[in-house]
Design a protein around this ligand. Structure first.
Ligand code: SF4
Ligand code: SF4
Length: 396
């Protein structure tokens, strides 16, 4: 995927299309596409670039931010080197302040994201931010973002989201045809490449008729928390290496940003764009009830047997919100919950594996109870799922 994206971005740049780096799912890719640009994800997932970043950034900062900035210092991310513009947003404090430093080295445009959930004034502010971005892109790239161009970009992104949703929904099956890692690897870092849409379509056709052989007994995991960007898949691999199957990824590299489309026939497409993105339930929102609601829905739809929450070290918003997530998972859904707080270094892998094993033991024990219940055994009547032993693991 990465070499293919690089070839695409290089060819697009040579053809005169601006490359626009993004680092967040609040970035409205449709506006970039309507301006003739190529939206490319710049999020770093490589531990090796972190030391270079730590010459400028505090050590106690989220590895995603440090890795991304390290690429900038080392000039080693080909997409960032190609970028004509970085589109930034005020999300978490770490990213927001890192963008200030990035702006000293790369042309950067900042959108101010309002953070109150379901507040009409906040939505109006976000609509204004969308209009300002449109005007900025028109000036910057000397292009008229007409209603037609915007509608066509909205159609394209809706199509991409629908295809990716279709692939993710394959995981609802009793015997999903993919692993969570394979599903994650199908995600492109450049949006709306025509060849990618063809590949998503082909993958959907291919996997729709298949089921995974020999997957009986794997523990169905709902994975929530921070995004898992390219190169930082270690915890997902540890989960699946221990007999888990990540059937649902609620995070920003999974379902969260692709569940809602932009209304294609809205009279005001900019407002429609703003509404879609405003609804994204990131932990930088306060409160963030939509995420809890989403977790309830996804756990049921994907028949999760447990929930694992991944938090990058020093990510305060996800770390604090994990208390609400744990409460919903344990008390409302009656599922075991494990919180894994880590960074990009593999040094704590053995400890994480032990916690995952303990979690899966709990799940298997409750399966045994349910089987007893099905056969009328006595334990079933006595043990509710909530009474399973605690498996919450705090920071390493
Ligand atoms: S988790 Fe929040 S800040 Fe991070 S990419 Fe998603 S929306 Fe953006
Ligand atoms: S993982 Fe947390 S700290 Fe890191 S960029 Fe995302 S929201 Fe910010």
């Amino acid at each position: 995927m990465i070499p293919h994206c690089k070839e695409f971005a290089q060819a697009a740049k040579a053809a005169g299309r601006p490359i626009v780096g993004i680092m967040c799912e609040y970035a409205p890719r449709e506006l970039i596409l309507a301006a003739g640009g190529v939206p490319v994800c710049l999020c770093g997932g490589d531990a090796d670039t972190i030391p270079a970043a730590e010459a400028y950034l505090p050590t106690n900062l989220c590895p995603l931010i440090k890795s991304t900035y390290g690429y900038l210092v080392e000039k080693s991310n080909p997409f960032l080197e190609l970028a004509d513009l970085v589109l930034a947003e005020t999300t978490c404090d770490g990213k927001k302040k890192m963008f200030e430093l990035m702006a000293e080295r790369r042309p950067t445009y900042l959108m101010e994201l309002p953070q109150k959930e379901d507040d009409p004034d906040a939505l109006e502010q976000w609509v204004r931010e969308m209009r300002k971005l449109k005007e900025f892109l028109e000036r910057r790239f000397q292009v008229d973002i007409t209603r037609e161009r915007l509608r066509s970009a909205i159609d394209l992104m809706n199509r991409e989201r629908a295809l990716r949703r279709g692939l993710a929904e394959l995981m609802q099956a009793d015997h999903p045809p993919l692993t969570g890692r394979q599903l994650l690897d199908l995600k492109s870092i450049v949006s709306a490449i025509p060849a990618d849409l063809e590949q998503y379509t082909a993958a959907l056709e291919h996997f729709r008729t298949r089921r995974s052989p020999g997957e009986n007994g794997r523990v169905r995991v709902l994975l929530t928390g921070v995004p898992i960007v390219h190169g930082a898949e270690r915890v997902l691999d540890l989960i699946e290496g221990q007999g888990g199957l990540v059937v649902c990824q609620e995070n920003c590299t999974g379902l969260k940003p692709i569940l809602e489309d932009v209304s294609p026939n809205a009279p005001d497409p900019i407002r429609a764009l703003a509404e879609k993105y405003y609804h994204l339930p990131c932990s930088v929102k306060t409160p963030n009830r939509r995420r809890l609601e989403l977790l309830r829905e996804l756990a049921r739809a994907y028949r999760a047997e447990c929930v694992i929450e991944l938090i990058w070290q020093a990510c305060l918003t996800y770390a604090i919100e994990s208390f609400q997530v744990e409460r919903v998972v344990r008390q409302e859904l009656g599922l075991p919950y494990l919180r894994v707080e880590t960074d990009y270094s593999p040094s704590d892998s053995a400890r994480i594996v032990v916690r995952i094993e303990a979690l899966f033991e709990t799940v298997r024990a409750s399966r045994g109870d349910r089987a007893m219940a099905g056969s009328g055994g006595p334990a079933a009547a006595m043990r509710a799922p909530e009474s399973a032993p605690a498996t919450r693991a705090s920071s390493p």
